[in-house]
Design a protein around this ligand. Sequence first.
Ligand code: FAD
Length: 290
Amino acid sequence: MGALEALTGLVRKGGDLSPYLPMGLTGRAEFLAAPQSRADLERVMAAAKADEISLRVLGSGHHVIVAREEVPGLVLVLAAEAFTKVEVRGEWIVAGAGAPLSAVIEVAARAGLSGLEHLVGEPGTVAGALRLRVPEGEDALIDHVQRIRAVSASGRSEELDAAMLRQGNNSHDPFLGAVIVEVEFQLDVQDQESIDQRLKRCWIERRIKEPLRNNTVGPVFRGADVTDLLRKSDVARRGEGCAEVCDRNPNYIVVRSPANAGEIIGLIEAMRLRVRERFHVDVERQINIW
Ligand SMILES: Cc1cc2nc3c(=O)[nH]c(=O)nc-3n(C[C@H](O)[C@H](O)[C@H](O)COP(=O)(O)OP(=O)(O)OC[C@H]3O[C@@H](n4cnc5c(N)ncnc54)[C@H](O)[C@@H]3O)c2cc1C
């Protein structure tokens, strides 16, 4: 028996991912762990390392499509209280990696702290949003990050250098396989009325330019010009079973019930081929397919 399998009670073999996936998507993990504490997380990660088992982390799954019946290796879910708490400490917000962005925005606004309002209406967890924006640094989320606590691939707690991440290292995984555990945001003190107004303005702007619904996945492809390229390729409203390209922003896919991962992936491939046909450009997929 491997080190991971020996952690009975902490790790489930053939664990069901469905409760952690959005829009009724389903899937299983060869090994699934939902640790209750950082110490448990370290133990599970050290065991995976000892067994040379690959590791993935699932946030709220809005940027992950589970393509296989069983995802090989270990899938970690940070949904326990230890990883979802949001606290105010002076001008700082300390948020668990698995905390929903909406909770962080709400706590910050109530504490009179400004800087995250532009994220209003975006689904996902703190770590999911951060992973998506580094190294690009889009929307300046990383600019508000003071400290990132993580567990390294070998199972040791460490602090990641936010300044280095801000500069970017052109890698698609600048976190080098570390699991983000907690993020400290440094925000600006502002009066409640200004924050509320900014929240309203950001909400309206988002409604105009992006899909707001929670039954959406994306961004599908990487790059600043990709939305324009998709628009010019006339992919809007193309569909494949449950999946349809979003009319407001063609880099997102709206998913109807019953959701089917194969159909979403089929549509992603059709979008990619369409851009290639029209512009002889190979767009790079950003959404994770497991
Ligand atoms: C309606 C809508 C609007 C959106 N608007 C924007 C926008 O304006 N700007 C923008 O940039 N994005 C936008 N997004 C994308 C959004 O940011 C991501 O879908 C979401 O933040 C992903 O978070 P998640 O918790 O669902 O992560 P998941 O989809 O679960 O995971 C995403 C990635 O993060 C990794 N990850 C998750 N948790 C951890 C962890 N603890 N440690 C290390 N890695 C981890 C996963 O392994 C995976 O690689 C939007 C998405 C939607 C559906």
